[in-house]
Write a protein that binds this ligand. Structure first.
Ligand SMILES: Cc1cc2nc3c(=O)[nH]c(=O)nc-3n(C[C@H](O)[C@H](O)[C@H](O)COP(=O)(O)OP(=O)(O)OC[C@H]3O[C@@H](n4cnc5c(N)ncnc54)[C@H](O)[C@@H]3O)c2cc1C
Length: 423
């Protein structure tokens, strides 16, 4: 892999997500050699993927080159490849471009979409975990509008204009709100030949309310906002089958739709090679102690979504959101340096900064520890937090410009079918 040999301990990090990049930053220009590996050459800001899917943002404004993050790190290297296997007894990893030995290995591989074993849904639905997938959804929505405009019958037209989103967590709720805005603001202006009343957005949720991970207050507010936007909410509803045109559920609800967006959950994306004890079955996450050390492997660590650190406060592990990944990445950097210096390690304690979700323009819900609120102020906070969390000044400026432009003009300017999606 052409990584120079040196006297410095080598730390290999797999994954340039929130956990990986914060770890890399905390090891910058220290007495260690760092090798960051990712199968993509950019970091993805996943919280705004739904805005790419719904034509609100260009894809490159939520992605950031990993090499740019490490450009001033003298002892850090980046390799673009997928890690296929770990050989812990040889302290080595196997990738698609060769083998590499390590002194310390950090797994920051995040998650992948969970279809709960349903092959039909996996092959016919649209996931939204990566930039290419978000672009596919954008193309499909716009292609469906075009097909609806030339459909022969009302039922055929409605199938193109029926959008089914499965999973009413923050991702599903945010996407439903954004697609409803396409219906309310874009369709009447751009598609004179289509009746917006023929377009329906269905949000399906297995739990009894929307936003199950958030408070009752947030859920109630979000329901009100979604109803106002015209989104049809179906709680206690599980999708049983989807063949590309018909959505069958556990209830009597059956929907004809050319688009089923799967936002119903994720599962860990581990790498092969560690003992069964290292992985928590079901969750597919590495079993780590309070220092993020993987069970049974003193020199292998896992951080972020892929790590499950059971504690009294979080018996099932931390929520799979950005903050635990960022905080674990930061602390692990410091702990690895302590480990190399034979100093005691500091245990990880999660500082919960709250959670939030936005539902169309001017509306959001925010859950803080002692204060829960929704509406315009929440929306403002949501925008500020997301803008400041984006990686790169250029991306922040572009996103701010797009949001301001879209807000003033009721527009979503990235309505382009650059790469048509083939079902
Ligand atoms: C649509 C969506 C919306 C979200 N919205 C929010 C939100 O609003 N707020 C929030 O806090 N969280 C949100 N999340 C969750 C948040 O994005 C994750 O918790 C966070 O990204 C986890 O960081 P991570 O570093 O553990 O993993 P990731 O950010 O997923 O990064 C993993 C990296 O590992 C790489 N990788 C994986 N396997 C390999 C391999 N074998 N070889 C090489 N590279 C590999 C991947 O390419 C990727 O770059 C959202 C997630 C999604 C999908």
């Amino acid at each position: 892999m052409n990584i120079p040999q040196s006297n410095l301990p080598r730390i290999v990090i797999i994954g340039g997500g929130f956990a990986g990049i914060n770890l890399v930053k905390s090891l910058a220009n220290k007495n260690v050699q760092v090798v960051l590996i990712d199968k993509r050459n950019y970091h993805t800001f996943q919280p705004l993927l739904y805005q790419v899917s719904s034509s609100g943002l260009e894809p490159d404004s939520i992605a950031y080159p990993l090499r740019k993050i490490i450009k001033k790190h003298n002892t850090t290297f980046f390799r673009l490849t997928e890690v296929e296997q770990i050989l812990p007894e040889k302290k080595e990893i196997i990738t698609s471009i060769g083998h590499l030995t390590y002194d310390y290995l950090v797994l920051a591989t995040g998650t992948k979409t969970n279809y709960f074993g349903n092959k039909a849904i996996q092959s016919s639905s649209m996931p939204m975990k990566t930039v290419p997938q978000a672009l596919d959804i954008r193309s499909l929505i716009l292609q469906n509008f075009e097909k609806a405009a030339i459909a022969d019958s009302k039922s055929e037209r409605e199938a193109f204009l029926n959008f089914v989103i499965v999973g009413a967590g923050p991702t599903g709720v945010e996407l439903a709100g954004a697609i409803a805005e396409l219906k309310n603001n874009i369709l009447p202006r751009d598609y004179h030949d289509l009746d917006p009343d023929d377009m329906h957005i269905h949000l399906l949720e297995g739990a009894g309310r929307v936003l199950p991970p958030m408070s009752e207050h947030a859920s109630k507010k979000a329901t009100q906002f979604l109803n106002k936007l015209g989104v049809k909410i179906h709680c206690n509803t599980f999708v049983k089958h989807y063949d590309g045109t018909t959505v069958t559920t556990n209830s009597e609800l059956k929907l004809e739709s050319e688009t089923l967006i799967w936002a119903a959950g994720v599962t860990g994306a581990p790498v092969q090679g560690l003992n069964a004890d290292a992985l928590i079955e079901g969750a597919n996450r590495y079993n780590v102690n309070q220092f993020n050390q993987v069970e049974g492997y003193p020199n292998i660590f896992a951080v972020g979504d892929i790590a499950l650190m059971a504690s009294e406060a979080y018996p099932k592990g931390h929520p799979q959101v950005a903050q635990p990944a960022i905080q674990q990445g930061n602390l692990l950097g410091k702990n690895l340096l302590r480990l190399i210096d034979n100093k005691p390690l500091k245990p990880f304690v999660y500082k919960d900064k709250g959670s939030m979700a936005t539902i169309g323009r001017n509306k959001a819900v925010v859950d803080l520890k002692h204060y829960k609120f929704g509406g315009f102020f929440a929306w403002f906070i949501w925008m500020f937090v997301h803008l400041m969390s984006l990686v790169g000044f250029r991306n922040r400026v572009i996103v701010l410009f797009n949001w301001t432009y879209n807000y003033i003009n009721f527009d979503k300017a990235a309505r382009l079918i650059i790469r048509p999606f083939k079902k």
